[in-house]
Write a protein that binds this ligand. Structure first.
Ligand code: AHR
Length: 619
């Protein structure tokens, strides 16, 4: 009897093993490499934009024999798209690319799927950060660029502009309208009126404008939210005989009736490109599947303003094969003088990456705006190929960045942002999402301490005034704070992002106080938080117990303090984006079109964070 069972068991085992081998073999390409199956959940397969996206995904995937794509089409029905995602998951895909028809409504489904497979969200971002990577446009920026294009055409004339928006419920259209209106508001001589094409189709636009008829007689410019809305509008105004109207729209594809074709045919005066991100999605999908380091959290794609005059040049850019790069690339970095752990790690990451990429890097520190401007001017004088700028503060950069542009030297922003009237004064930004870091800090406060009869009293230690991390970490923190009752920030001293600054901020607050009356310290960075710990100890208080402390960066010193319990939460802001910066610079020099913004991937550390995540710390 036993022998029979053993025999049966062995037969069963063989069957399971054979099945497993067959399953792997079915995933093995003819060359034996493992074949990844990527599920693509498309919002619809109707809009010209989405048809271009599907084509781009297929043509990029076709370059890799170990990829197989499986498409689903939600036909703009969010319930169907939820079901599509669940079905793709159940079918065992290795990674999913989701292009939402309704990003907000799809957030929960994407969040659940993200627990099982890597998810790339394309085009419309879901709420929160529960996905691997987002690739898409900045629609507000696109709207602003369209506004600039209309004002460029209108010059100083009194003009009447008709905006043809897609559905009033569409977040894409709302952002494009907001950016466009922002630019129009700059020009007193412009009158703007907006109409909505709820189905977003070419025919819908044509019908709507035909129904407006004579009301269009005094319109000078039409801004359409997509090229196909623009084509519909063109058909209508031509039929109505209003040939004076000039059209500006968005997308700029090289397909029949696409924006570039309509420009060449004189239908449009300008189009703002809105690339699909399909190519990048497949390239990053492979990086993710191969567990490559440095995959960002968000890639915000670049948009070009293409006019009839610049059409040829833009077509050249599209046709360009990567150029051989003249090594070494001469890069100059206007860096910020030492503040603490984060800054030195950032410098090291960039210096090491420059070595690895064979880039000749000159890095000069400065501790004030005038000093940094002088450094940038010296870089212009030395005719570097590229200038990397970590702006100590946001404002005051307009003039010297215009000088860089006139000198033909592109500027990459590293880690911090600038406030300028023309976004084209810098080429790309690489760094963290400071607003989200601030939100994460306040979300942790809410999870860690609940108000009793008395409100929770918070002491905020701010970083350098007018620096983008300071402004945005404050904005994100207050965004969540404003939703909560009985939490209040009672003081916001400035600690200038260094240890002493944090120490003095707490000491200064405690001075002359009989009783310590703060429940939580929110510090804009680790160095200041560690200074605060020292000050609290000198006051006879137990940091992390008597006062909870949340900070931002994730330096190893701070994580050690977290483990010891003197800090309670550390929101990561990664300084280690040297390799991404050098890759972007190399790609730029080879003529590639780069994203507008690359946002690094970051996590939150608490005492419950898994050990292995502490272990991988490199700074
Ligand atoms: O700009 C990034 C910030 O600069 C870091 O969070 C901080 O430590 C540094 O001062």
């Amino acid at each position: 009897m036993n022998r029979l069972f053993i025999l049966l068991g062995m037969v069963l085992l063989c069957i399971v093993l054979i099945a497993a081998v067959l399953a792997v073999q079915s995933r093995s390409s003819s060359m034996g490499a493992y074949t990844y199956v990527i599920g693509i959940s498309q919002a619809n397969q109707r809009d010209p934009w989405r048809l271009v996206l599907s084509k781009e995904l297929q043509s990029e995937a076709a370059k890799h024999s170990n990829i197989r794509l499986v498409f689903t089409d939600a036909a703009d029905d969010v319930e169907k798209q939820k079901a599509d995602i669940k079905r793709l998951l159940a079918s065992g895909v290795d990674l999913m690319i989701v292009s939402p028809c309704n990003a907000v409504a799809l957030t929960q489904t994407v969040r659940e799927a993200y627990r099982s497979v890597p998810i790339i969200v394309l085009d419309r971002v879901v709420d929160g950060y529960d996905y691997t990577l987002f690739i898409g446009p900045d629609n507000r920026l696109i709207g602003r660029q369209a506004g600039k294009a209309v004002l460029e055409l209108a010059k100083t004339e009194e003009v009447k502009v008709l905006e043809i928006s897609g559905s009033s419920a569409s977040l894409v259209s709302q952002d494009r309208h907001a950016g466009f209106a922002e630019e129009m508001a700059q020009a007193s001589q412009v009158e703007l009126c907006t109409v909505y094409v709820e189905d977003g189709t070419r025919d819908g636009a044509e019908d709507l404008l035909l129904s407006l008829g004579p009301e269009l007689a005094d319109i000078d410019y039409i801004f359409a939210h997509t090229d196909y809305l623009g084509l519909g509008a063109f058909k209508a105004v031509t039929a109505l005989g209003f040939d004076q109207i000039k059209l500006v729209s968005i997308d700029g594809f090289q397909i029949p009736d696409g924006g570039l074709d309509l420009l060449a045919r004189g239908v449009l005066s300008a189009t703002i490109t809105c690339p699909t991100g399909g190519k990048e999605a497949i390239q990053y999908a492979l990086d993710i599947l191969h567990k490559k380091q440095g995959v960002p959290k968000q890639v915000i794609l670049r948009n070009h303003t293409v006019t009839r005059e610049s059409l040829g040049q833009y077509r050249q850019l599209l046709a360009n094969d990567p150029l051989p790069v003249q090594q070494p690339i001469r890069v100059a970095h206007a860096q910020i003088a030492d503040e603490g752990g984060w800054r030195s790690a950032n410098k090291e990451s960039i210096a090491q990456a420059a070595k690895d990429f064979g880039v000749s890097l000159t890095s000069i520190d400065a501790s004030s705006l005038p000093e940094q401007i002088a450094v940038v001017r010296s870089f212009i004088a030395d005719a570097f190929d590229i200038i990397v700028l970590s702006p100590i503060v946001e404002s005051g950069w307009e003039t010297v960045l215009r000088e860089c542009k006139e000198a033909g030297i592109p500027v990459f922003l590293s880690d911090r942002k600038v406030e300028v009237s023309d976004d084209q004064l810098y080429y790309s930004f690489i760094g963290g999402d400071f607003i989200e870091e601030g939100r994460r800090a306040m979300r942790w406060v809410v999870s860690a301490i609940q108000p009793t009869l008395k409100p929770v009293r918070i002491l905020e230690i701010q970083g350098t005034a007018d620096a983008s991390p300071t402004k945005e970490r404050k904005q994100g923190f207050y965004e969540v704070l404003s939703l909560m009752k009985s939490y209040e920030v009672v003081a916001s001293p400035n600690g200038d992002y260094n240890f002493t600054g944090g120490y003095e901020a707490v000491q200064g607050y405690g001075q002359g106080k009989e009783v310590w009356d703060i429940d939580v310290i929110y510090s804009h960075n680790d160095d200041m938080a560690l200074g605060a710990v020292k000050a609290l100890k000198e006051m006879g208080l137990n940091p992390g117990l008597d006062v909870l402390i949340v900070s931002i960066d994730g330096t190893s010193t701070a994580l050690k303090a977290l483990k010891q319990g003197t800090l309670n939460c550390v929101v990561e802001c990664s300084p280690l984006f040297g390799p991404q910066l050098m890759k972007a610079i190399e790609d730029y020099m080879s003529g590639k079109d780069l994203p507008r913004r690359i946002i690094t991937d970051e996590i939150v550390f608490t005492k419950d964070t898994q050990e292995h995540l502490f272990k991988r710390r490199q700074y």
